[in-house]
Design a protein around this ligand. Structure first.
Ligand code: GLN
Length: 248
């Protein structure tokens, strides 16, 4: 849906959903698109504005429980994101953003609250301690991505219905938290994950995947991954060390 030279990148609700540096996701996708010669039109859509329907890539970040409820209420009243997905847009949501995209989540008042139904998942509140810490995971092989590195901090536990596939299998950390070792979910052009980091800075291949999907191409010209790789090496080592110290 994009023309060859420009990419419409929409950041949904930076005023409510942007914890743990999730803004970095927008910066990394924008930068990696521009490095490939694309002109990026970026729309930062605050929660009192309508979500445009003609974007190519939509990014939604994480949030604390109350902003998550407010964001969910507003997005349910705004048909923009749903229409965009019907038009083939790509959506990538993190943590609270992931939960809101599902069928249902539990809000800060303890109420089961409808989500947007863009992903066949639903979230409950975990009984045990919050899932906090470095996480690593192996991605669904159909997506052809290297292992994921991220940081998670959530109370929610996310269950997948038949219409969604796990984004990845956890190697260190909790992920969806259902005990089945899955992390995140995806279906067609809609992706959800518990990974902050920001996830695109730790996993530039994910940013590239979104750009490739938007352009409908199989490959992009190479970009310099030196700093990304240094960060990945550091965080994978830290996750391994944490896991080893916990099992010792
Ligand atoms: N409020 C949600 C939870 O705790 C999401 C947290 C987040 O986005 N970091 O599960």
């Amino acid at each position: 849906m994009t023309n060859e030279s420009s990419l419409r990148l929409v950041w949904v609700y930076p005023d409510l959903l942007s914890t743990y540096g999730d803004r970095g996701n927008v910066l990394v996708v924008q930068r990696r698109a521009e490095q490939r010669g694309l002109r990026v039109e970026r729309y930062d859509v605050r929660s009192d504005q309508a979500v445009p329907t003609a974007g190519d890539i939509y990014l939604i970040g994480g949030g604390e429980d109350r902003p998550q409820r407010l964001a969910g209420e507003r997005l349910r009243q705004d048909p923009g994101l749903g229409r965009a997905v019907e038009n083939g847009a790509i959506v990538f949501g993190v943590c609270a953003g992931y939960q809101i995209m599902g069928r249902e989540f539990v809000d800060d008042l303890g109420q089961r609250t409808p989500g947007l139904g863009l992903l066949d998942v639903w979230s409950t509140r975990g009984e045990s301690a919050r899932s906090v810490g470095d996480i690593t995971a192996d991605v669904d092989p159909r997506l052809g991505l290297p292992p994921l590195s991220g940081f998670e901090n959530h109370q929610g536990v996310t269950h997948l219905g038949a219409g969604a596939s796990p984004l990845a299998r956890v190697t260190v950390g909790k992920g969806n938290g259902t005990g089945d070792g899955t992390e995140g979910a995806w279906n067609d052009t809609v992706f959800g994950t518990y990974l902050h980091g920001p996830v695109m800075a730790r996993n530039p291949a994910v940013a590239d995947m979104l750009i490739k999907l938007a352009l409908d191409v199989n490959a992009l010209p190479p970009a310099d991954d030196t700093w990304y790789n240094a960060l990945r090496e550091e965080r994978f080592a830290a996750a391994r060390a944490n896991a080893a110290s916990q099992s010792a």
